[in-house]
Write a protein that binds this ligand. Structure first.
Ligand code: 9J3
Ligand code: ZN
Length: 286
């Protein structure tokens, strides 16, 4: 849902219940803003403002996915946080995307990195598992009180990235998707309304950007916003190790669209340089 609408509705109901006449509207503080003003250094850092703990969800206790790890800010005095689920790719385990868990959680999100039911699960199944993981995290006894369930996002690598589009197609209320060298046989995604960031790898021969990331970006015509970021001289497996470019622009995207935090717009538009010395070889914003 567009947060601006929510805020407009809140103003209207305040005016009605208090009988206030219409007055010049003072810019409201964003109720979802968390943490200090961002800088290039703060979103490139391996850890952000919040100290983080983790909780293992065993495969036996997981409902609808293969188990996972919840990473969450320790503080209970900074309001609630948006929630993000992250899936690995075909044949891969949670360990291949787990570096993103504490890195994103430390910026002010509750994050679950998951194993899938089987390592051969296809993107549609991975999409359902991402949603199941969001739901279980939201009702988890340890972290439920830290989560704002109205602000959900999904991320994933390869078939997990393809799964993020499936998840958003099915749950239209998702605020954001981020696909990391995403792979899907479905090349058209007009159904997705979530703000969607597609991160491709220039030298990917498994999910080549010309037949995966770029068509996904081109057809995300109904996304609240869409961006395509291409990692220079990178392969399909670039997202499987710590990568500051991936983390930096993913954090900015989640902050901007899960938290409605316009302080991060400076990193989205005009976006990274694509000069020869930049780790980004292409950037498109729709
Ligand atoms: O999740 C992925 O790495 C998808 C790429 C792949 O191996 O597809 C082959 C069917
Ligand atoms: Zn389609």
């Amino acid at each position: 849902m567009k947060l601006t609408r929510l805020i407009a509705v809140s103003f209207a109901s305040v005016a009605l219940t208090t009988g206030l006449s219409v007055q010049p509207v003072v810019a409201a503080d964003n109720p979802y803003e968390r943490g200090p003003d961002p800088t290039e250094a703060s979103i490139e850092a391996t850890r952000g403002h919040y100290s983080v703990s983790s909780k293992t969800i065993s495969s036996l206790r997981a409902r609808g996915f293969g188990g996972g790890t919840i990473y969450y800010p320790n503080t209970t005095s900074d309001g609630t946080f948006g929630v993000v689920a992250i899936s690995p790719g075909f044949t891969a385990s949670q360990s291949t995307i787990q570096w993103l868990g504490p890195r994103i959680a430390s910026q002010g999100f509750v994050v679950i990195t998951i194993d899938t039911n089987t390592r051969l699960d296809q993107p549609d199944s991975r999409g359902r598992q991402l949603l199941a993981a969001l739901d279980q995290t939201i009702s988890d006894s340890t972290v439920a009180s830290r989560i704002d369930a109205s602000r959900q996002a999904v991320m994933g690598h390869s078939m997990g990235g393809g799964g993020t589009l499936e998840a958003a197609k099915s749950r239209r209320s998702l605020e954001a998707t981020i696909g990391l060298t995403p792979w899907n046989l479905d090349k058209t995604w007009p159904e997705v309304e979530a703000a969607s960031l597609v991160i491709g790898a220039e030298n990917d021969s498994i999910a080549p950007v010309a037949t995966h990331s770029i068509p996904f970006y081109n057809t995300l015509t109904n996304a609240e916003r869409r961006a395509y970021l291409e990692l220079r001289n990178a392969t399909h497996f670039a997202p499987n190790v710590s990568n500051t470019t991936i983390a930096k622009y993913s954090i900015a995207w989640l902050k901007r669209y899960v938290d409605n935090d316009t302080r991060y717009e400076q990193f989205i538009a005009p976006g990274p340089s694509t000069g020869l010395l930049s780790p980004v070889s292409d950037y498109r914003l729709g």
